[in-house]
Write a protein of this length. Sequence first.
Length: 218
Amino acid sequence: RLINLPETEAGHNKEVRQIHVQCIPGSIFVNQYSTFTKSNDHSIHNNKLFNNINDENNGLAFCMADGTWHLQTNHGCVCDAGYELIEHTETCQGDCFYHVHFKTACPRGMFKSSPGLQPCSLCPLNSIAPHAGFRICHCLSGYFRIAPNLSAEHSCLGPPSAPRNLNAIHINGTSVILSWDPPIRSGGFHETLYHVQCQGCQIDTVKYQPGNHLNETK
């Protein structure tokens, strides 16, 4: 997977032809544990991938006389951030061919924050990827991530809209009971905190029950 192997003419009798392999564009090299895999059906069903061709320790492929590959898989390649895997299989007849997987950039509205074989993900709440190939979705105007070290999977947050339908449901000479409806837009927060203040009142003459900071609507 994610490697470039040239079409190679199989050798004669027991002749083995050694080929260096390299990552395809859009993928990057990663260290992998060493193993050895044989292709029995002219395609490789293994996710151990290979190093860049310019590295002295890169992976090797051996084109056997019977038209199959032997692969030394001590290194590997995975899709880079912003790219995901698309399956595509070449047929294998006669000479040595390889089962190749093609990469594609994450489409608009999706992202992939780190290298690997995992697919792209939808942008979190209140964020957008306006073009293909984004590693992290950008917050919409007026929204933000509350800490710079939050991962790309976190939603963007913003101020909620105003509470609605404020009503005085009881009034007498010394008190008033207020109620209201929650804002239409929460800003991405799971909980809304309301601050109640009597404008024009002297602070020491007003008592708020149960308090002037509430998470309820009454």
